[in-house]
Unconditional design. Structure first.
Length: 269
């Protein structure tokens, strides 16, 4: 990020310097009886280089050079002034092009880094499940797949109210122990193709592709007794109450069900 900002400042500084040079050279052009409209050639070069295409400034510069050389006055002083101006334009345009290339590579590296960070933060660090943002994205992907293939999928939620103050009540070690236990058991109770998410502090979601709501309910039936018979690190038993809710999504009710799912998620804020 810092490298990209530095490159941006350098490019802006180069543009300011070039515009200042165009103003200063306007007096030289007048003194050598050259057309005053020449002073606009530097801004034209930079605007074309920045806004149109990186190579456009070079092409316009070559066009100016060809025109200037063809119409070059016979006076040595005027000819020398034209050559100096063309040399200056070539240097400034080359610098602008080089800085834009550097900016492009820096921006590309920044986008790659942001994509990697986005991918990392899409995972809940405490359970290893995907997070709420990834859940919402995958819901849309499942709906698109449903439209193409016409198959049913189920979205289920498990809510554990005890998680709201579990760490405060039993300590961080016991909190991590329980989350590891719960996530392991949830993995065991589901298929590899079933996706699992943590969408709130106390709520977990699952997407069951190509599944009926009756088959999805089997997972809840497996998890519930495991929570009721949970043993703490000390060996003491702890009853963990849970609630569940499921939505069966098919081609006919997809829009209504997705709205219900979004409202359910928002209620967990």
């Amino acid at each position: 990020m810092r490298h990209w900002t530095t490159m941006s400042i350098q490019l802006i500084a180069l543009i300011v310097v070039s515009l200042a040079c165009s103003i200063l050279f306007s007096s030289l052009l007048i003194m050598n009886h050259l057309p005053v409209w020449w002073m606009i050639c530097i801004p034209i070069l930079y605007l074309s280089t920045l806004l149109i295409y990186r190579g456009s400034g070079v092409l316009i510069l070559l066009g100016f050079a060809a025109y200037f050389l063809i119409t070059m006055p016979v006076y040595e002083t005027a000819a020398t002034a034209q050559l100096y101006i063309l040399l200056l334009l070539a240097i400034l345009t080359g610098l602008s092009y080089w800085l834009q290339v550097k900016l492009f590579h820096a921006q590309f590296a920044l986008k790659v880094a942001e994509a990697r960070v986005s991918q990392l933060i899409a995972v809940d660090p405490e359970t290893g499940f995907d997070n709420r943002d990834r859940f919402l994205m995958d819901i849309e992907a499942e709906r698109n797949r449903l439209i193409r293939h016409g198959e049913t999928f189920v979205v289920s939620f498990i809510t554990l109210p005890i998680l709201d103050d579990f760490e405060k009540r039993y300590g961080s070690s016991e909190y991590e122990w329980f989350l590891n236990y719960f996530s392991d058991e949830l993995h065991e109770a589901t298929r590899r193709t079933d996706k699992k998410y943590r969408v709130a502090q106390d709520t977990f979601a699952m997407i069951f592709p190509q599944t009926s709501i009756e088959n999805a309910q089997i997972v809840h039936e497996r998890i519930r007794p495991l929570l009721l018979e949970y043993s703490r690190q000390s060996g003491d038993s702890l009853t963990v109450e849970c609630s569940d809710k499921s939505f069966e999504v098919n081609l006919e009710n997809a829009s209504i069900r997705l709205e219900e799912i979004h409202r359910y998620i928002e209620s967990k804020d």
